[in-house]
Ligand binder design. Structure first.
Ligand code: T1G
Length: 677
C-alpha cells in the first residue's frame, strides 16, 4: 500500500486465527483503500503458515454497508472489487465473516465470499442495490441462490429489503448467531472450530429452489415496478444462476450490472440517495447546534390533516394534546385516528395493545389553554390567514416560553403569521402532505425571523417521525405547491384547446407519475380553494364545483366514479368543456403528447429555477426530494431538476419560449451552458 493510502484495514492475530478489521467510517463502505487493505491483509494471512483460519470483521457501527456509491461514475481506483472477492473465496483456509449492523450490497457480497457467516441478532443482511437502480454486481445474484435458494434470492434482490439475522440464519445465510457483545470472540471461536472442516467456497455450492417464484414476483409487483428496469434485471440474473455455470452466470451479471450502471435510471436513483441525505443539512448552521427539547406535542385542529399529523407523533411515543373548537369535531377526529390504527392493526402493522398505548397518549381538549405545557404546537386549521393569525395571537399568550409554534399551512405567508406573535423566532411552517400519516415529505418553512435552533429542531423532529424534511423559504406554495400551480394552470388551458382530462393524465402516468393533474384534483378535492359561489362560473373548475362535482368524494369530478372509486370519462364534463371552448371561441385542435409534456412539466422546471434563484430552496436536489416524496415523481427520473439535465435545459428553454413562457434567468443560464442544475 502506498503511504498516502488511508489505513482503513488492519490485521490482528489470535493464536492461529488472523482477524482482518475494516475501519472506514461512517458505514465501512468498500472504498478503494478498503479494497486495497483487504487485498494486502488477506494475501499476508494466506501466505502465513501459522494462520489456520481468518475472521473478517468491522469496527464502528456496522459491517460493510456496500460499495462506495460516491465512487460510481469516477475513474476506477484501487483493486477491482470482484478480484478481491474471488481471492477471499479461493482462500485455502476457512474465512468467517463477523457481522453486526447492516451487511448490505457489496458488504453482503463480501460476506458471501467468506466461507461462513456469524452475526449478532440485531444485524441485518440485504442487497438493496435495486433501490439504487442497480443489482448486486459482485456475484450476489449468483451466490445468493447457492446459499438461500432461488425464492429468497429473487425476493431479496428484486425488492431490496434486508433480513434480520434470525431470518437469515433460518435461510442458511448466517451459520451462527453470536452474542450481541461478544461477536469478535464468538467469530474467532467459530473460525477455530472450522479449521478441521476447511474452506467452503460458495461458488461450489449448488443452486436450489423453485424458479417459478420469479414470474410470481413480477406479477405481484407489476404496479410497483412500473417503469423501473432494475427489478427485472435482478430477476434475470437470479434466473441465469439456475441454468448457467457459475462463471457464465457471473459474466451475465456483470453485463446486466453495467447496463444499469450506465443507464439514466441508476444515475437518478443514486442522485436521490444522496439528495435525501443532503436535504437534512441546513447550510450555514453548525452540525451540532443545540436543539430544543420536544417531549409533548400540541395539535390544533382534529380534521384530516390534524389527525394525520398527530398519528406521526403517537407512533413515535410522543404525548399529544389535540384541540378542536367543537366536541363533535373532536370526537369525529379521534374516531378517524382510532379507525386508521385499527385498520393498520388488522393488517398486522400494530398489535392491538400498541394501538391502545398510542391512543392513550392523546389528551383531547376544547380549550387552547390545554396546550400550555407543549414543547411544539402545530396548527392545522382552515387555510385562512385571519383564522391563523387569531390562533397564533392566542398561542402567544398561552404557549410556554421556548415552545415552537408551527403552522401546517400549504401556501400562506409564515412571516405574516409570525408577526401576530411577540415571538417570531419561535414560529415556522411544518407543511405535511396528505395523508399526513403516510406521505414522507415535510416542508419546513423558514420565516425571516425563525431562530436557527427552531429550524434545526423542526428538521430533527421531522426525521424522528420518519419524514424526509426539506427546508423551504416563504413564498406562495413554498416549493412543491408553487411548482404544481403552473402545471395545473396549463393543464386546464389544454382542455380548452382540445385535450381531454384522460389524455393529459395519461401522459403523466406514462411518464411515471402515480396520477395526472385531473386525477390528482379529483382525489384531493376539486373544491379545494373554490370560492364556493355556484353562480360565479369563470372556469371549468368553477362549473364542476357548481354542479357538486367535487371529485372522488362525490363520485364525480373531472371523471365519474363507481362505488369502488373506479374512474370513467364523463360525458357531462366533456359537455362543460365544450361549452367553455365555444364561449371562448376556441378552435379545438389535436394536442400531441410532447406538447402536453412541454406545457405541464417544463413550466415546473422553470418555476424550480425561480425558486432556486430566489433562495427559497437551498439546492436543486432539495426540489427533487420534494417532488419524489411529496408527489410521487418517479424516482428513476431523479426529480424535476435532475430530469431537466437529462431532458436538456436548452431543449426545455427553447420549448418554453415557443409556448410563450418567460424563461427563468437561471434556466436560461443553464441552457446556454447546456448544463443541468
Ligand atoms: N457509499 C457511500 N456513502 C454511503 C453509503 C455507501 N454505500 N452508505 C451510506 N453512505 C453515507 C451517507 O451518504 C451518509 O453520508 C452517511 O454515509 C451516513 O448514511 C457492487 C454496487 C448503511 C443503512 O445501498 O442504506 O454495493 O450524509 O445517513 O441512517 O453490488 O446509509 O453523512 O455525508 O444513511 O445510519 C449498496 C446504502 C451500495 C446501502 C446507514 N449499499 N446505505 O443508514 O446513515 S451499491 C447500499 C444505507 C453496491 C455492489 C453494489 C444507509 C445505512 P453523510 P445514513 P444511517
Amino acid at each position: 500500500m502506498s503511504d498516502e493510502t488511508p489505513v482503513s484495514v488492519t490485521m490482528e492475530k489470535d493464536g492461529e486465527v488472523a482477524v482482518v478489521i475494516v475501519n472506514n467510517p461512517p458505514v465501512n463502505a468498500l472504498s478503494w483503500h478498503v479494497r486495497e487493505g483487504l487485498k494486502t491483509h488477506f494475501e499476508a494471512a494466506l501466505a502465513d503458515d501459522s494462520v489456520k483460519a481468518i475472521v473478517l470483521r468491522c469496527d464502528g457501527g456496522t459491517f460493510i454497508a456496500g460499495a462506495d456509491i460516491s465512487e460510481f461514475g469516477k475513474a476506477p481506483r484501487g483493486p477491482d472489487f470482484n478480484a478481491v472477492l474471488n481471492m477471499v473465496e479461493a482462500a485455502n483456509k476457512p474465512v468467517v465473516a463477523a457481522i453486526h449492523g447492516t451487511a448490505l450490497g457489496g458488504g453482503l457480497e463480501t460476506a458471501l465470499v467468506c466461507h461462513y457467516r456469524v452475526a449478532v441478532p440485531s444485524a441485518k443482511l440485504g442487497v438493496p442495490e435495486v433501490k439504487l437502480g442497480l443489482l448486486p454486481g459482485a456475484g450476489g445474484t449468483q451466490r445468493l441462490p447457492r446459499v438461500v435458494g432461488v425464492e429468497a434470492a429473487a425476493t431479496m434482490t428484486s425488492l431490496g429489503e434486508p433480513l434480520p439475522a434470525a431470518k437469515a440464519k433460518e435461510l442458511g445465510l448466517v451459520d451462527e448467531l453470536a452474542g450481541e457483545d461478544s461477536l469478535a470472540a464468538d467469530a474467532i471461536a467459530f473460525a477455530r472450530a472450522k479449521i478441521a472442516d476447511g474452506p467452503r467456497p460458495t461458488r461450489e455450492r449448488a443452486v436450489f429452489g423453485d424458479v417459478g417464484v420469479i414470474e410470481e414476483l413480477k406479477t405481484k409487483n407489476a404496479k410497483r415496478w412500473r417503469g423501473f428496469d432494475a427489478p427485472y434485471a435482478n430477476l434475470a440474473c437470479v434466473e441465469a444462476a439456475t441454468r448457467l455455470p457459475f462463471e457464465e452466470g457471473l459474466a451475465f451479471e456483470r453485463q446486466e450490472f453495467m447496463k444499469l450502471m450506465m443507464g439514466s435510471q441508476s444515475a437518478a436513483q443514486r442522485h436521490i440517495f444522496f439528495a435525501e441525505r443532503q436535504a437534512a443539512k441546513i447550510d450555514g448552521l453548525p452540525k451540532d447546534i443545540k436543539l430544543r427539547d420536544v417531549k409533548k406535542v400540541g395539535i390544533i385542529g382534529a380534521g384530516t390533516m390534524g389527525g394525520g399529523i398527530m398519528m406521526n407523533f403517537l407512533q413515535k411515543g410522543f404525548a399529544c394534546t389535540i384541540v378542536e373548537m367543537q366536541q363533535e369535531a373532536l370526537d369525529r377526529g379521534l374516531g378517524v385516528v382510532r379507525k386508521n390504527y385499527d385498520a393498520s392493526a388488522a393488517k398486522g402493522r400494530f398489535k392491538p395493545e400498541q394501538v391502545e398505548q398510542m391512543m392513550g397518549l392523546i389528551t383531547p381538549s376544547l380549550d387552547l389553554e390545554a396546550l400550555a405545557d407543549c414543547d411544539l404546537i402545530i396548527e392545522a386549521v382552515y387555510e385562512n390567514m385571519d383564522v391563523k393569525k387569531e390562533i397564533f395571537g392566542k398561542l402567544d399568550t398561552i404557549a410556554k416560553p421556548g415552545a415552537i409554534l408551527a403552522s401546517n399551512t400549504s401556501y400562506l405567508d409564515i412571516n405574516e403569521i409570525a408577526a401576530s406573535t411577540s415571538r417570531p423566532g419561535d414560529v415556522l411552517g411544518m407543511h405535511f402532505f396528505s395523508p399526513a400519516n403516510v406521505m414522507k415529505l415535510l416542508e419546513v418553512v423558514r420565516g425571516d425571523k425563525t431562530a436557527d435552533d427552531v429550524l434545526a429542531t423542526a428538521m430533527s423532529i421531522g426525521k424522528k417521525i420518519g419524514k424526509v424534511a426539506v427546508v423551504a423559504g416563504v413564498c406562495h406554495g413554498f416549493i412543491g405547491n408553487r411548482m404544481l400551480a403552473p402545471r395545473q394552470i396549463e393543464a386546464q388551458k389544454l382542455l380548452l384547446e382540445g385535450a381531454t382530462p384522460a389524455q393529459v393524465d395519461k401522459v403523466h402516468v406514462d411518464f411515471g407519475m402515480p396520477m395526472g393533474p385531473f386525477q390528482m384534483s379529483d382525489l384531493a378535492g376539486v373544491d379545494i380553494g373554490w370560492h364556493r359561489d355556484p353562480n360565479r362560473i369563470e372556469s371549468i373548475r368553477d362549473a364542476l364545483c357548481a354542479e357538486g362535482r367535487w371529485g372522488q368524494k362525490k363520485q364525480a369530478g373531472f371523471y365519474d366514479y363507481d362505488d369502488k372509486r373506479n374512474p370513467s370519462e364523463s360525458a357531462r364534463v366533456a359537455e362543460i368543456i365544450g361549452e367553455f371552448r365555444k364561449k371562448a371561441g376556441i378552435e379545438t385542435r389535436q394536442i400531441s403528447e410532447q406538447e402536453i409534456i412541454e406545457r405541464t412539466l417544463y413550466p415546473m422546471v422553470n418555476e424550480g429555477a425561480l425558486i432556486l434563484a430566489e433562495g427559497k430552496a437551498q439546492r436543486a436536489s432539495d426540489i427533487d426530494v420534494v417532488w419524489i416524496y411529496g408527489y410521487g415523481w418517479p424516482v428513476y427520473r431523479g426529480g424535476p431538476m435532475f430530469w431537466a439535465g437529462l431532458e436538456g435545459t436548452d431543449k426545455i428553454a427553447a420549448a418554453l419560449e415557443k409556448h410563450g413562457f418567460e424563461v427563468a434567468p437561471l434556466l436560461k443560464e443553464k441552457a446556454e451552458a447546456k448544463s443541468g442544475f
